[in-house]
Design a protein around this ligand. Sequence first.
Ligand code: FE2
Length: 294
Amino acid sequence: MRLAHFSDIHVTHFPLTGSFTMKRLAAVASYSLAGRGRHFVGSDERIARLLEDVDSLGVDHALCTGDLTGVSTVGEFKRVAQLFGPRLDQPQRFTVIPGNHDRYVREAAGRFEQHFAKLCEGARFPFAKALPGGVTLVGLDVARPSSVIDSSGLAGKEQLGRVQEILTDASLKERFVVVALHYGLLRAEGQRDRRSHGLRDDLELMALVDREDVTVDLVVHGHMHRPYVVPTKRRQTINAGSATDLHVKGCGYHVYDLDPRAFKVRIERREWDAARGRYAARADSPLNREFPTR
Ligand SMILES: [Fe+2]
């Protein structure tokens, strides 16, 4: 079973629209002074090529782990929805979950759902979605609007309780189970993320996926724009990084070859080739590897 995984594609327009808040002002500073605008300049084009690349590979399913937009404006959502086009009506081929930039401010509530609800089981989180070939995708929503100095996420007690119910269900034992969320459980070196940037209840979620009585083969995410693979006590977590951030050398995405009988995965890295204007396999990527998941 082949699963494409991309993240943090960030359609990015100049952020001074909507109501004037401190957070919008900070977004303008980040866009103009901190270089965010430059990192994502022309991201529309890369997103179009990325989706074409995914289609051309004929994968069984494609997953996006959030941050479709820069600051959740109506215009950014419209644009990214336009780039997805007919794929928005193909939940059998695509799954999309939200990131913190898609819930950037309170006034943006409902904008993600307006376009992407079909691709995340009606936006009822957490969900368990049966994919072809014996794979089950468990999707979480851990993004929320936050203050100007805070980009942390939260799974929340209620969601964690329902994730526990899903992952301890005996019917999953024979399935290959991929847990998807925007935030990582750990940073690249295996340390916890900062309080103002990571998942507030990271320890609770990590303890849950590491329990012996739950079925989890992989945890996949984005949020940190440089890709990496890092283990928790008992599981492997994979960050696809940003597919379009030009500040990241070799921005790109992953294709996973999942073996739901032998419980194995092989990672293939594909990267943006600016000279050719397309994504292509990077054969010598240190991320390419194969390992058992149980
Ligand atoms: Fe991001």
